[in-house]
Write a protein that binds this ligand. Structure first.
Ligand code: WT7
Length: 646
């Protein structure tokens, strides 16, 4: 890249090959964003064209209503690159965690056959259009096959992160009323076999799940319920290798993906067939500049939206190869990820700042032998990337050659909404850049006025939003309205992020303004953690805050009010167990403090801000408005004692 006045630009060589390299595209999109998206939509395959591109009955909106589509037709037989051209090329490269195990490569044709076979099998098991299908699977090709098989027959997939606890699985199956679950016997993680089937058995209790399909992956022993359980390989074996695509309305559900809610009940975000397909295809093509020969490694798990859109749908719609890896990127050696990049000739690498900071900590010396000659583009997602991690990534992985797209989006947006385009730029470390063409993002102050450059405010998205923005919280329109469409009225999408623009209009994301924290890029609300802690019978109340962490960005710290008789060590362990059981290991707290009281306002609101400032050593401000200022001093002592210990 070329550096000028602290900004980075793509080289002429990169520009020449890029799909877009002229800022004209922004002008065109700005003139008429609806027309712009319509033009993009026209390039995909529709069974029937839409009647109206965008309709708005605030807060509800629709894109391409009247149109009929199936995302899998656009991946397979109607792929934009031409089916004959792509059918023999690798759709998926799967890298198992055990080093001695071979990679598995699935061509487009092979993937299509397996998708159709599973789709036929699902139908025989009674799955109908619109039914929700739970998917609780690790990073294996069968996860993609399951998602696409659902999409092929119009069933709605509900993928649940395989490291979530049985209880977290249960609530997701309950709120989406899933009838069937696809899982695996087990999978490898850091050299161990995780018995996923036993978690699944526990998780389906008290749900409507009547049937469980099990992929044989790790060969570990599993409990078997002869009435409810089906081996994947047995049910697909004799199925036909083709099935007609279900003709879906643009606004029919494609999938539901839950994100952490504030009360312990996750928010089930609804994504639809038409808009999501357009967004997934075009953001991949223009932001990652997907070309037919590209091999993308997006490190996100399928359990998160990044895994849905950029490890599965977007690369496949673009007819390129997606690499998926089962295990931990630093297992069994710290630079396993670099080996994977090199060996498989990956051209685009998309990961999270937490991973980059971890690679950095292992030391750049490990990378000296890696030239990464095939890499041409890097991406970052999930949390703010600081300048030093950006520069490290740029130098040691991108070898100062590859542009870095720092992409801002959310589970709710379905696809990337803000990032500079690689053939245009400019790129500035720690800034996500410009809104995608056709997306109107603004930064507003408390009163709804547009913030001038350098002034921090709330990031919002204005009509017509983007086709891929979610359409609601499953069966909960009130929560949808309250969470996203009430801060600035029903026509303004509230992102819950604080941000500002620099004088060039480039956007920098500061972080969440709600109770969500980003732990290693994973979004968890402190409310959900508190609900887990409060389920301890002897804990009367608790407050959870996120504190800065060198590698993970943020980590949770728990303050729990406990007046019982057990030892502090014992109770702390029980609190950690509670979190592990209700959510899973991703949310484990860095520290648990047992306290007598929590700082509260006179109306009884817990002042988490005060607790956070005890860690960041900021000025505590005026404590006289608190109902119980004396507890702050006591908590401070506890924290300091803890800090001295380490
Ligand atoms: C939140 C959404 C969709 C990506 C995976 C996370 C934060 C996301 C960035 C970025 C700074 C970012 C925001 C956002 N975030 N990307 N490039 N720079 N912050 O999806 O779990 O729904 O989290 O992640 O705070 O609101 P998610």
């Amino acid at each position: 890249m070329i550096k000028k006045d602290g900004l980075y630009y793509p080289t002429e060589e990169f520009k020449k090959k890029a799909w877009v390299s002229s800022p004209e595209i922004y002008k065109e999109a700005k003139k008429n964003p609806i027309k712009f998206w319509e033009k993009l939509a026209e390039e995909l395959f529709w069974f029937k064209k839409w009647k109206k591109a965008f309709q708005h009955a605030p807060p509800f909106f629709e894109w391409f209503s009247g149109g009929q589509i199936n995302i899998t037709s656009n991946i397979f037989e109607k792929n934009k690159l031409g089916w004959e051209k792509i059918k023999e090329k690798p759709a998926i490269i799967w890298v198992p965690e055990p080093v001695e195990e071979q990679e598995r490569i699935l061509s487009y044709e092979n993937l299509f056959k397996q998708v159709c076979q599973l789709a036929n099998a699902l139908k025989k098991l009674g799955v109908k259009r619109g039914d929700r299908v739970g998917i609780y699977l690790p990073m294996i090709p069968e996860t993609i096959i399951s998602m696409l098989a659902c999409a092929r027959i119009g069933a709605v997939h509900v993928v649940v992160f395989s490291a979530f606890s049985p209880q977290a699985l249960r609530i997701r199956l309950q709120i989406t009323e899933a009838k069937i679950l696809i899982t695996a016997d087990g999978y490898y993680r850091r050299g161990k076999i995780i018995n996923l089937k036993s978690n699944a058995d526990e998780g389906i209790k008290e749900t409507n799940v009547e049937k469980v399909i099990v992929v044989k992956r790790a060969g570990n022993e599993v409990n078997w319920d002869f009435e409810k359980n089906y081996w994947w390989h047995e049910i697909v074996e004799n199925e036909a290798e083709f099935i007609e695509p279900e003709i879906m309305e643009a606004e029919d559900l494609l999938f539901i993906l839950a994100t952490s809610g504030s009360t312990g009940i996750p928010k089930a975000c609804v994504h639809v067939c038409g808009g999501y397909t357009i967004q997934a295809y075009w953001t991949g093509r223009l932001i990652f500049d997907f070309h037919p020969e590209d091999i993308l490694w997006c490190t996100s798990d399928f359990g998160w939206i990044t895994g849905h859109t950029y490890a599965c749908y977007s690369p496949l719609l673009n007819g390129i190869t997606t690499l998926i890896y089962e295990g931990a990127p630093d297992w069994p050696i710290p630079e396993r990820w670099a080996q994977i990049l090199e060996k498989n000739k990956v051209t685009i690498f998309y990961t999270a700042p937490t991973a980059i900071r971890m690679f950095e900590k292992y030391g750049a010396e490990l990378l000296e032998i890696y030239k990464f000659e095939n890499l041409r583009l890097l991406g970052s997602v999930g949390e703010p990337i600081d300048e030093s991690a950006w520069l490290w990534y740029f130098k040691n992985v991108g070898k100062e050659r590859c542009p870095i797209v720092d992409t801002w989006w959310q589970t709710e947006t379905g696809g990337i909404l803000i990032t500079s385009l690689p053939g245009i730029g400019p790129f500035k470390p720690a800034f996500v850049g410009l809104p995608f063409p056709g997306v109107r993002a603004e930064i507003l102050d408390e009163k709804g006025r547009i913030c001038p450059p350098e002034k921090e405010g709330n990031l919002v998205i204005l009509p017509p939003f983007a086709p891929g923005l979610f359409r609601g919280i499953y069966k909960d329109p009130e929560k949808y309205l309250k969470t996203y469409w009430s801060q600035y009225g029903k026509k303004v999408y509230f992102t819950s992020d604080a941000a500002y623009r620099d004088k060039n209009g480039l956007i920098r994301i500061i972080g969440r303004v709600d109770d969500a924290i980003k732990v290693a890029g994973h979004r968890i609300t402190t409310g959900e953690l508190e609900a887990a802690v409060n389920s301890h019978p002897e804990i009367t109340e608790s407050a959870v805050i996120g504190i800065p962490d060198e590698i993970k960005g943020e980590v949770p710290v728990v303050f729990a009010v406990y007046h019982g008789q057990k030892s502090a060590e014992e109770v702390k362990k029980e609190v950690v167990d509670k979190i592990n059981q209700t959510i899973g290991p991703i949310a484990l707290p860095k520290e648990v403090y047992l306290v007598e009281d929590l700082p509260k306002t006179r109306s009884g609101k817990i002042m988490r801000r005060v607790l956070r400032k005890l860690f960041t050593r900021e000025d505590l401000g005026d404590l006289s408005t608190l109902a119980n200022p004396e507890c702050v001093e006591k908590i401070k002592e506890k924290i300091q004692k803890g800090l001295r210990k380490s």
